[in-house]
Design a protein. Structure first.
Length: 109
């Protein structure tokens, strides 16, 4: 299992193309079993990170030059390692709960 981070959307200032919000998604899947007995268990998270762009700053990246890898790293840097770890732990917990739910549903007949 490895959490995959992606950027769903970037919001930017129209005047200078500076990114002001990055919308991220984190997903992971674990498949248990094989063939017709395979069951996929999912975990996910969605969030945003806000930025205050400064086009005169060293290292400023023009909108057209931003890569998804770079935008994901901006989000992770903004959140900090502890928060990134917490998000990934939450996704792992979702998968664990899917594999062994604490609550069962159904009817006895």
């Amino acid at each position: 299992m490895a959490v995959t981070w992606t950027i769903a959307q970037l919001d930017r200032n129209s005047s200078d193309d500076g990114v002001i919000v990055a919308h991220y998604r984190c997903n992971d899947t674990e498949v248990v079993g094989t063939g017709d007995n395979a069951v996929s268990h999912y975990g996910s998270s969605y969030g945003t990170c806000s930025f205050t762009p400064d086009s005169s700053a060293d290292g400023y990246t023009a909108y057209a030059e931003i890569t998804e890898v770079q935008a994901v790293q901006w989000c992770k840097d903004k959140m900090g390692a502890e928060h990134v770890t917490a998000i990934e732990a939450s996704i792992a917990a979702q998968i664990a709960d899917s594999k062994a739910p604490a609550v069962s549903t159904g009817v006895p007949w």
